[in-house]
Design a protein around this ligand. Structure first.
Ligand SMILES: [Fe+2]
Ligand SMILES: [Fe+2]
Length: 171
């Protein structure tokens, strides 16, 4: 069985991961409208990965005998000032998700819920990677500035991103 408090918090996380997916799909659509197809593809993969994260939480809640409750998803932003603005928003959002995962870990420790704590460790590691990836892109964008050739090259590079192989627990 699952503790009611943790079940509620995990359900809230399902919604946050779906929102992340929605936000990144919206960013992908923004890049498409700017003809930045590489960045659009990168964000689409990001959106797909967030969907998988939501499904990992969903499957875990059910596996633990809880009930996965789907709530409405807040509409994401649809416009940004620049490419840098999009990635800065991505970084801010990932920091928010990291804080949320950390809160879940704290709760699992408080409740001595070792199974959930163990389940969450994959996300702790994932968040380190997520923040590092976006930081690298922001650093590149700051170096590029207004140089359109630089944006063109970065668009090409980001377009080579491959989807990550599914994590074992996500299957
Ligand atoms: Fe996520
Ligand atoms: Fe993420």
């Amino acid at each position: 069985m699952i503790n009611e408090k943790i079940e509620k918090a995990l359900n809230a996380q399902i919604n946050k991961e779906f929102f992340s997916s929605y936000l990144y799909l919206s960013m992908s659509s923004y890049f498409e409208s700017k003809n930045l197809t590489g960045m659009a593809a990168w964000m689409k993969i990001q959106a797909d990965e967030e969907h998988l994260h939501a499904m990992k939480f969903y499957a875990y809640v059910i596996q633990k005998g809880g009930r996965a409750i789907l709530a409405s998803i807040e509409p994401p932003k649809s416009d940004w000032k620049s490419v840098l603005d999009v990635f800065e928003d991505t970084y801010t959002h990932e920091q928010f998700i990291t804080a949320s995962i950390d809160e879940l870990v704290n709760l699992s420790l408080e409740l001595k819920d070792h199974a959930t704590n163990n389940f969450l460790q994959w996300f702790v590691t994932e968040q380190v990677e997520e923040e590092a990836n976006v930081t690298k892109i922001i650093d590149d964008l700051k170096m590029i500035g207004d140089n359109s050739y630089g944006i063109f090259m970065l668009d090409r590079e980001l377009g080579t991103r491959q989807p990550a192989p599914p994590a074992p627990a996500a299957a």
